[in-house]
Ligand binder design. Structure first.
Ligand code: SAM
Length: 218
């Protein structure tokens, strides 16, 4: 088990507190909207690194099913308590039948992977032919990137394990793993210390705290 996974086990009990904080709730709403707009409206999807399952719960609908996968038993317990289908496992070796998934998405997970290309390659091999992949990640080149790097360097229990990426780096990772990026968007154009959050979806730039890339298997 990686140090990052152990760290998530330790913070699982209080992890969702951030989403109940007024600023955290607005960040959640902005990120949820960005992901919702960039995954298929129907089909069977996987949230890889689903954590407590809060995104998966909100993205599940009549036509869209989401399965949660996470290696942290403590985080996943929360997803199961939400009533989500929950699978304990790592992205590097998905314990799923090949050819079932219509799409996969990740929300701030890439940052915590030791071998991101191996995980993207595994998704590519496990999902259906032509299935979609959507990644939401912290923009390394933004004020939010600076903020998370700073708290990580000061020993934050979670962010000291993070490695942040630029959009160009993530797109390169997706491309070498067999994906073609079809849509690019950003959100969170307000600064980390501002209590009111601007959650409009924009063209991606260094103004965006997070970026979403949508791709299909090429
Ligand atoms: C920042 S949390 C994000 C959780 C959730 N997506 C959210 O946004 O609320 C990152 C998650 O990635 C998971 N993770 C870390 N390493 C992983 C791996 N190798 N495979 C799959 N998930 C992993 C962690 O256990 C943690 O739950």
């Amino acid at each position: 088990m990686s140090d990052a996974i152990r760290a998530f086990d330790l913070v699982a009990v209080t992890y969702d507190d951030w989403y109940n904080h007024p600023q955290g709730r607005q960040v959640f709403d902005a990120e949820l909207k960005a992901v919702d707009m960039h995954i298929p409206k129907e089909g069977i999807g996987l949230e890889l690194g689903a954590g407590t399952g809060i995104f998966a719960e909100h993205l599940t609908g009549v036509r869209r099913t989401v399965v949660c996968l996470d290696p942290s038993g403590e985080m996943l317990k929360k997803a199961a308590e939400r009533g989500m289908a929950s699978v304990l496992g790592v992205g590097e070796a998905l314990p799923l039948r090949v050819g079932v998934l219509d799409f996969t998405y990740m929300v701030t997970v890439l940052e915590f992977l030791d071998e991101p290309a191996a995980v993207l390659g595994e998704i590519r091999e496990t999902a259906k032919e032509g299935a979609e992949l959507t990644l939401l990640f912290i923009n390394s080149e933004s004020a939010w990137g600076d903020f998370y790097r700073d708290i990580g360097s000061k020993g934050d229990p979670v962010f000291r394990h993070a490695r942040l990426y630029t959009m160009v780096e993530v797109e390169a990772l997706m491309t070498v793993s067999g994906y073609s990026v079809t849509e690019r968007a950003g959100t969170l154009t307000t600064q980390p210390m501002e209590t009111e959050v601007e959650g409009a979806i924009t063209e991606p730039s260094s103004e965006n705290g997070v970026i979403v890339l949508r791709a299909h298997a090429s």
